[in-house]
Design a protein around this ligand. Sequence first.
Ligand code: S3P
Length: 458
Amino acid sequence: MQDHTILVNFSKFPDQGMKNIIKINKVINSFNKTIYVEGDKSLSIRWVLLSSLSKKTSVAYNLLISDDVKNAIECIKKLGAKVKINKKKCEITGVGFNYKIKKDLVLNAGNSGTLGRLILGLLINYENDFKLIGDKSLSKRDFSRVSTPLKKFGASFSSSKTLPLIMKGTKNPKSIKYFEKKGSAQVKTTIMLAALKSNGITKIKAAKSRNHSELLFKYLKVPLIMKEYKKYDIIHIKGINRIKPLNYKIPGDISSCSFFIVLTILSKNSKLLIKNININPSRIGIIHILKKMGALISIKNRKKYKGEIIGDILVRSSKNLKAIKCPTKYNSSAIDEFLVIFLVAAKSKGISFFKDLAELNQKESPRLKLGSKILNSMGIKTSLSQNSIRIYGKPDHVVPKNVLVHKFLKDHRVFMMSTIAALTFKSEGNWIIKDLDSVKTSFPSFLKRIKYLGAKLN
Ligand code: S3P
């Protein structure tokens, strides 16, 4: 880990100018509250991209207005879509299936792997060269996982592994057969979007991953056949040439919610109701894992919405948490939540073990490594390999020193996990966590919510 190491346990903090930094030296007091979190990021980005394909106007309520989604909006505007947005709703009038822009198209996906990858599928039939760029973190991530299938559809690349990437689509994309083995919804969706614009039937065999795209395609009446098996799904998609508009009320994001679930579990005498969350079974691995560890979580008011399941999540402080040998069947449905799950493991009795998690190091930062490093900086022992981690839990642990979290490639989830750690583990020192602006990626109101629950931050 060269240039994104976390430096920890400084006895004296350097002068930070106190901007874009938070300092925490006290765990949160008991709370009993109800909150909402912002809209689901996966659904928000998918809604923006799919709306750009309909010539009619689509409307979304509760769209997540974070940097990742703003970048998605900027990208589709460059493709010719018209966007009207205010705090309440967003309206997109798309361009249909073909693009009129001639040359010099540069798209910026910022920090978002989802946007960067999915937009390439959307542009399979764009016949000119275009360039895709992103921030420092995204520029380190693997794009061969999507350029490989896109080449089969007929795309060509002059650089295909990492950003900046130059791609040229094809007038007549041909349908393909593809086995997606990583369990990546980003790869699966990129292929599904390209399939939509191809001649014939694309056949995908995909290791399990979140299924929002399949549900949206079904709702939009795209000709799609899906068969679910224990470890993988089979998806057949027939290419089409138009799509209806997509009106959508975006539910709250379970990934944003996860920080508050763990905050409540690890705080004393507290209770929290988090309302209107997308509890799609392919996203709630965290709930299964934490319940197995003894956490008090229940779901109320379940209802169906356009194929998704929405509910309210009730969480209570949970004592006597026990370590877990985490079943790998939950890896995909908890992939964005492992950092906070590791905090619960650190507070549990016994040694927890999480394996087959190589994909965690492929995220906005190498999260398996950085998660382990943060735990170590707190005085929690771990043993780490390329794809697994053992966490030696200590229910009454007191962090013995100051902890400084920085150089984490501005990974929003590393920032939020560190904040939750600082608010739930007693400490003899202070926490200083840099790059507060990272939360703008997925959860701009994170700090406001934390303060509403009573957290004291400097
Ligand atoms: C996402 C899929 C996951 C997840 C990411 C969002 C999506 O990535 O980690 O935050 O919206 O499709 P992978 O598909 O690479 O696992």
